[in-house]
Design a protein around this ligand. Structure first.
Ligand code: SF4
Length: 247
């Protein structure tokens, strides 16, 4: 294989989000993103990275997965560890598609985290697509590609990252307007404040006039409104310092 990708980091940790939270997972963080969300905690992946061939990436994943090889146990019907493509925006690199196919062919349960700003329809159907719908405080709400909703399956997940009252109201409207709860699991994350070293100048500003929401208020609103979503906390930011890389 001669295809290559620009990779920021490949590491084994615990999946911190989604319905797979808590499970061992190898993360392949690809370099580059065309969005600049106000809350982005991986701005270092916009430009930092090294070119690696598909063979090199697969070999590294298999090396990190090797200690699990003797385990026959499956959690959530998935062989462990999971493998997730993340970023940055993995779909910006066309060779992310053959990489996902190869990982599926090798028997891994594969997840992709994508911004929702790019066509997801060409992704290998075996992959679990965790797709953001960007809320107003991200500064990128106009980048949502709503045509993606028609391609989502029950094995995919939609994520709202919520930092303001307006984000919550917007997410609630989208769930009702597109009947999203009938499609796949819905995730609501609270925007974790960025550590000083994560506050990149290239990120969008939260639009003026929006009202911040606390984590507790978000949880209580979900309960009061009987919103059919999974409230999630980014586990890795509780276990390790929020600014730590490679976890
Ligand atoms: S989509 Fe937004 S949060 Fe995700 S990597 Fe790009 S800028 Fe960061």
């Amino acid at each position: 294989m001669s295809e290559s990708l620009v990779v920021n980091e490949i590491y084994l940790s615990l999946q911190g989000e989604s319905t797979f939270a808590g499970l061992p997972c190898i993360f392949i963080r690809l370099t580059g993103c065309d969005l600049r969300c106000s809350f982005c905690d991986t701005a270092y992946a916009f430009t930092e990275g090294k070119k690696k061939t598909l063979d090199e990436i697969l070999a590294e994943v298999k090396r990190q997965a090797a200690p699990f090889l003797n385990s026959k146990s499956k959690v959530q019907n998935s062989k462990l560890p999971l493998v997730e493509l993340t970023g940055g925006e993995p779909l910006l690199q066309k060779n992310s598609q053959p990489l996902m196919q190869s990982l599926c062919d090798a028997g891994f349960t594969v997840l992709i985290e994508t911004s929702g700003a790019h066509d997801i329809s060409k992704i290998d159907p075996r992959v679990h697509r965790i797709m953001d719908l960007k809320c107003p405080a991200s500064g990128e709400v106009e980048r949502n590609l709503f045509s993606n909703i028609a391609h989502l399956k029950s094995t995919d997940e939609i994520k709202f990252v919520i930092g303001t009252q307006e984000d919550y109201d917007w997410a609630k409207q989208q769930i009702a307007a597109h009947k999203l709860d009938a499609i796949c699991p819905l995730l609501c994350s609270w925007v974790h404040p960025l550590a000083p070293e994560q506050q990149s100048k290239v990120l969008k500003k939260v639009p003026a006039g929006l009202t911040p929401i606390s984590r507790k208020d978000l949880a209580e609103k979900i309960i009061a409104d009987a919103l059919p979503v999974r409230f999630q906390i980014q586990q890795h930011k509780i276990i390790w310092p929020p600014e730590q890389r490679g976890v």
